[in-house]
Design a protein around this ligand. Sequence first.
Ligand code: RIB
Length: 302
Amino acid sequence: MRAKIVVVGSFNADLTSYMQRMPRPGETVHGDAFITGAGGKGSNQAVAAARLGAEVAFIGRVGADVFANLAYELWDAEGVNHQFVGRDSEHATGVAPILVDSSGENMIVVVLGANNHVQKSEIDAAREVIAAADVLVAQLEINYDMVAYALETAKELGVRTILNPAPAAALPPETLALADYLTPNEIELETLAGDTSTDVETAARGLLTRPDQIAVVTLGAQGAQIVAPGLSKAVPSYEVDVVDTTGAGDAFNGGLAVALAEGMALEEALRFANAAAALSVTKPGAAPSTPYRADVDALCAR
Ligand code: RIB
């Protein structure tokens, strides 16, 4: 049976410029290429999970504008159920101007627009689908009260939750406690921990409030580190040629959700998620760069 995943999150139109190096404040540099593509951490994670073989429903909100068409075309093409996506007549679809340099590193500004106006009614409408899901995944590109509401709903229905606390924000401990798996990168971990002086393990351990809660800290090219009561283990990633790191965290989270939903043990799940993230950086763009199942399985088997 296919894994069932619900993703609650953002869709953004990514406006990506590729250049040799990032401009300094006040400086103008020449770009080499420009692409308008589908992005948004939530939608990227939904597409990643779908390409890895899961049945995926997406809950979010877009505007009544031309960028929303990009979203519907993508979800239809990828088989992502978008019946719980609200259409907002007052707020525009989210946009994300992105700069990518020749090393593949990125800088992103998100203008959330409609993403910030997800309604309780949109989550309530998906209650049955959430109840039937193996895993619910959320991030921080929608209004935070709806992140908490979605996680609460999933917990109430006995569904496992992943909170990818991205982009970085300080969150109340009550919200963090609703996540079975917390998946910050190092910057997000620092922000959540509110302390830049500690090491990854100590900072991650400080976030855990339940004995069955697990932190998975993503470390870029180094892979990821599991921190759980009585356990701290690094799971290395795969060496690849980097073109564009945009969406690597999303491929990781989509991969982790599918792996856990399929019943993989935690370390194996991290290897699978690492492989998804590694393959995603070998191609430009966010959603378009998320890999398919056969490629991830092949990399894991290498
Ligand atoms: O994680 C990458 C994503 O962050 C981009 O697609 C952009 O839209 C921002 O949300």
